[in-house]
Design a binder for this molecule. Structure first.
Ligand code: AMP
Ligand code: ZN
Length: 130
């Protein structure tokens, strides 16, 4: 069974921070930064690419509330909300989840950098996606 479904079913322990009928949040075992949390729907869906709107809306509401609470309680200087969809994007647990990652300083164990693509073709992207 999926590891996050096992957490929902209390078959493996977790540090739960929030729970309602549809959504669960618990501390990420890696604690990439202090307070790093994952928020998941109780319904098993793989990721945003196959999630129904109702589940997604419930999840987003909790993420917003928890992000604010975690930011305030940890005295973080900022916060990243991260969702990895599919292996190509770094998803390792195939049960939809959003990371809430409080940020403190340059020693944080998270490095997100948007580098400029030397081979970019923004006109082509625009024609395809508009
Ligand atoms: P991702 O790479 O986006 O799929 O993230 C999966 C996350 O789940 C990682 O940050 C892991 O540290 C976390 N994780 C895996 N197993 C557990 C667990 N038993 N309890 C809490 N977090 C977990
Ligand atoms: Zn699952």
């Amino acid at each position: 069974m999926c590891i996050f479904c096992s957490i929902i079913n209390n078959e493996i322990p977790s540090y739960k921070l929030y729970e309602d009928d549809d959504v669960l949040a618990f501390l990420d075992i890696s604690q990439t930064t202090f307070g790093h949390t994952v928020v998941i729907p109780k319904k098993h869906v793989t990721n945003i690419l196959e999630c129904d709107d109702e589940t997604y809306e419930k999840l987003m509401k909790v993420i917003k509330q928890l992000a604010t609470k975690i930011y305030q309680k940890t005295n973080a200087k900022g916060i990243n909300i991260l969702h990895n969809a599919n292996e190509a994007a770094g998803q390792t647990v195939m049960h939809m989840h959003y990371h809430i990652i409080p940020r403190y300083d340059e020693n944080d164990k998270l490095n997100i950098e948007f580098l400029e693509n030397p081979d970019k073709n923004i006109e082509k992207a625009y024609e395809l996606l508009k």
